[in-house]
Design a protein. Structure first.
Length: 432
């Protein structure tokens, strides 16, 4: 089998490398596309897309493969693999980065940090730049510099009919609005251009651990410090286990001058009765890789998340109500709220905190138990929530998208979809 004008790698079910080519971050996803097209250029994307449409194949697009739902992998369909489009070019003078649509966050971080620069990226380095950015993009720099999508200067986009567009604030501004948080429903982004910032190369993490019985006092004290939190700091609270015992923790992540970051420490240490502490100075690159998985395709995964506009005592009590493998709250605000809500498809800029709970495991027999436990726990916070983040969708729930976008934005997104992809070529996206 060949595809006219395609110069990348084609992999069929009988070929070596097929199983690794269809593997994604969530091992619960076990689908078998008819063909994997590993693209090496924008022209390859155009050729493969045209072939898939002419052949009547359903089409999925993979950047890093971190979708919990495994949306890019379509049984019997065409998987457009962008991993061959992974170049990162940094101009330290203009503080711009041109990033291929299949690049991973780690590549962007490494290339930018050579000059002490960075832009907002997620917290796992093998996440794809594309999926993160198109859904909004949160990370340790968001309070200082805004969401990942807020820092895109331009996109190179291949539309459903094979047109190649350069999308920016002045060129196709309707698409520019939709691509900033609206997901990958309008085409295939083969290149992103990002703003970069002089963040330096250092970071600081602070975690103070408490017995669960003292968690309420700790979380309320942590909440009281929100108003004083500098933008370089991202306050974090967690529940989980440490050395086999259930614990709560509070603290913050700081990017920049660690001596300045340490000035916040006394106000945190004065809260409650911590049973242990961990204060780490590390490089920004180490910060960005500390949550990486050694075997990233081997684990089954589930996640549930909420945004909360406020954090009342009852929500804190719900957060502390269960002994779970892991849950986290992080403070939003800062530069995220500097961007007027109407300027991007991303919603929930007014959220005070983001809550996520998740689990990973290896035995398929545990799927129901693990997923049910996460859903049950997340449901305890439902009364206090204002919406959810599209990049944490882990359920095939057609109503979930209404929690990610306001009704007005959802109407506008559907109009963009009907304009640029009227036949729903890109059907395997949250918006579709």
């Amino acid at each position: 089998m060949t595809i006219a004008a395609f110069e990348g790698l084609l992999t069929r079910p009988e070929d070596a490398g097929y199983d690794s080519g269809r593997a994604v971050w969530n091992a619960m996803v076990d689908r078998r596309p008819a063909l994997i097209a590993r693209c090496s250029s924008t022209a390859d994307v155009v050729a493969a897309l045209r072939y898939g449409r002419d052949a009547g194949l359903e089409i999925g697009v993979r950047g890093g493969g971190h979708s919990f739902l495994g949306l890019p992998v379509v049984d019997g369909g065409l998987l457009l693999d962008l991993s061959g489009l992974s170049s990162v070019q940094v101009d330290p003078v203009s503080r711009r980065a041109r990033v291929g649509g299949g690049a991973l966050l780690g590549a962007l971080d490494v290339a930018s940090q050579r000059y002490g620069l960075a832009t907002t990226a997620g917290n796992v380095s093998h996440t794809g730049v594309g999926g993160l950015t198109l859904g909004g993009g949160v990370g340790w720099l968001a309070r200082a510099y805004g969401l990942t999508c807020d820092n895109v200067v331009s996109y190179q986009l291949v539309t459903a009919d094979g047109a190649v567009l350069r999308v920016s604030e002045t060129s196709y501004p309707d698409l520019f609005w939709g691509l900033r948080g609206g997901g990958g429903s309008f085409g295939v982004v083969t290149e992103f251009e990002f703003r970069l910032y002089p963040v330096g190369t250092q970071a600081l993490t602070v975690d103070l651990y408490y017995d669960l019985d003292d968690g309420g006092t700790a979380l309320r004290g942590w909440r009281d410090l929100f108003a004083e939190a500098p933008r370089a700091a991202t306050p974090v609270a967690r529940v989980g286990r440490r050395d086999g015992r259930p614990i709560a923790s509070i603290g913050y992540v700081w990017v920049g001058d660690v001596a300045e970051g340490r000035r916040l420490l006394p106000s945190y240490e004065a809260i409650g009765r911590p049973v242990a502490r961990r204060v780490r100075e590390l490089s920004y690159l180490d910060l960005q890789t500390q949550s990486d998985d050694a075997e990233r395709h081997a684990l089954r995964r589930y996640c549930k998340g909420h945004y909360l506009r406020s954090l009342p005592d009852a929500a804190i009590d719900a957060f502390l109500s269960r002994d779970v493998p892991g849950a986290r709250m992080t403070l939003n605000g800062g530069a995220i709220t500097d961007v007027p809500d109407a300027e991007t498809a991303y919603s929930h800029r007014d959220a005070l905190v983001e809550f996520t709970t998740g689990d990973d495991w290896t035995d398929p027999a545990e799927d129901t138990t693990r997923i049910t436990a996460a859903r049950t726990y997340a449901a305890t916070l439902e009364p206090y929530t204002s919406g959810s983040y599209v990049n944490t969708f882990a359920d095939n729930d057609p109503t979930a998208v209404r929690r990610a976008y306001t009704p007005e934005k959802l109407t506008r997104l559907h109009h963009l979809k009907s304009t640029y992809d009227p036949t729903n070529t890109f059907s395997h996206t949250p918006l579709s």
